[in-house]
Design a protein around this ligand. Structure first.
Ligand SMILES: [Zn+2]
Length: 127
């Protein structure tokens, strides 16, 4: 989990994540010197996905982006929704799995609708 950071701190955190991917690939290649291109590519794809999940955490959580500049409106009654605080969610994205800290908004009229910011795919679980 990544908290709010300066740009320089985010850059340093990203460099560490990229170095981890490089080291993982080096160790894997040392242990699999006869690997086919396909096996190497498959391993790199796996490592890249893990790296991008961490990078997305750095960008989203590290900027403190978990709040919308204006409160969203309820899709049912058009009232401005209330900020119910931060919720940690695991988002299984295309590029990687990310532990997001997002703001949860709820309608004051108790409509069914709730919203997260940043909005995301339905395939997310609260953790
Ligand atoms: Zn409503």
């Amino acid at each position: 989990m990544t908290g709010k950071m300066t740009r320089a701190e985010r850059k340093a955190a990203f460099a560490i994540v990229a170095e981890q991917l490089f080291d993982e690939m080096e160790i894997w290649y040392d242990n699999n010197p006869d690997a086919t291109f396909e096996a190497l590519e498959d391993r790199a794809r796996h490592s890249r996905r893990a790296m991008m999940g961490k990078a997305l955490e750095i960008w989203i959580n590290g900027r403190g982006t978990g709040k919308q500049s204006t409160r969203p409106r309820c899709p049912d009654c058009d009232q401005k929704m209330e900020d119910k605080g931060r919720v940690q969610k695991t988002v299984y994205g295309v590029e990687g799995d990310t532990q997001l800290q997002r703001t949860y908004y709820r309608c004051p009229n108790k409509c069914e609708a709730g919203a997260f910011f940043p909005s995301g795919p339905a395939l997310a679980i609260e953790s």
